[in-house]
Write a new protein. Sequence first.
Length: 472
Amino acid sequence: MTHVRLYSYGAVQEVTGSKHILEVDGKKILVDCGMFQGRREETYNKNKNLPFDPKEIEVAFLTHGHFDHTGNFPSLIKGGYEGVIYSTPATYDLASLVLYDSAHIQKRDAEFIKKLIRKGRKDLKVYGPIYDEEDVTETLSHFVTYPYNRRFKVFDKVEAEFYDAGHILGSSMILFNIELDHYKTLKVGFSGDLGRKGLPFLRNPQKLPDLDYFVLESTYGNRLHDDLSTVKEELSEVINSTYKKGGKIIIPAFAIERTQEIIYHIHELLLENKIPKLPVYIDSPMAVHATSIFKSHPECFDRETFKTFYDKKESPFDFDGVNYIVNVEDSKKLNYLKHPAIIISASGMCEHGRIVHHLRNNIENPANTILIVGFMAQHTLGRRLADREPEVKIFGEKLKVNARIKIINAFSAHADYNEMKEYVSQFDLSKLKRIFLVHGEPDAQEHLEKVLEGVGVKDVKRVFYNEKYKLA
Ligand SMILES: [Zn+2]
């Protein structure tokens, strides 16, 4: 008898800290080891102390490079895990970028708090760093990469294969083929984060083979996104109207994926002669580094990208007028730009980084546009801009928001509930025994459960923390 169980220690009724375990005859396969994000003290303790013994994990997988899936692998290694971490090659590269960045931020934050304490803030406490650069280097040495659609042996009775999730560069769904008795196979799929059809340069989410069990994310289980098809038109309207006023377009964007999507669309619009030739500045060391990773993984791109760019000897991310800025002096020079330009910078929610300087310099000029293309969490400067507050505080200074605020809502890397329904409907539902919902707030999961039952999924189960589910 082969025994198979599933349980989760993160992304359970919530959207951060993904950690799922598939157990085959007592051997534990860990899928993702993400960082919890939220209030400092609570998340510090949750992240610092893994809820399982890393030495008991047989093998680990990473679905994609987002921090909430990759961010706590160094704690796994520090806790004594000696095995390999499987991912696609592009995911490995993004994980390297994200983990070193996290180690750097953790160190900087801890030093900052220590300084405040020295100055008399005895109410504060230092949290972290949980890991440093050296731990990250050690973690990266455990990675073994496999491309999409190449089945490999994990251990006796278990084979795995990455399928394209269409979510971010290198993102994958994982299929586990588990050999049961009497030549039967159990197929278990993990969605990771499920992407969407029609995102720039990424392929559409690939259909997994018919499954017995599917572990599905549910982030937008109760939401529908705006249509992606109007994004380019909206972008071209913003660029043209701002250009006519002689202004600048300031775009706060996440360094990974969203920045590259915007560059891609701008390049397309230039090739189609729909926008004037104006300089484009990518002013974020992390975004510049991320873009170089994107450039080195054309194997992740869709047919469309080849037709528009590579077949014509063009690169999607390089064109006349695009400038990638790393050094601080070059970044400061952008303060004195007199002509229309596009500045794309991080952080995505405008809380820190160079974008804050660009906003301060440009927010009071009515000729400029601030273009919002991503999710803005509560209590961030980005959210205040998205809420169209007439005045905002930047570096302690009150500034009038005279620039135009334009929001394009269609960008999202996660499938909405219709897209999830459509994806799941491709399966032979008579074979699908159950869908397990992870990575979503309770409201989203409750709604998605009804939607999936509505298309004929026999059994939908919301996963609870450390509750063990028997699959075979
Ligand atoms: Zn993700």
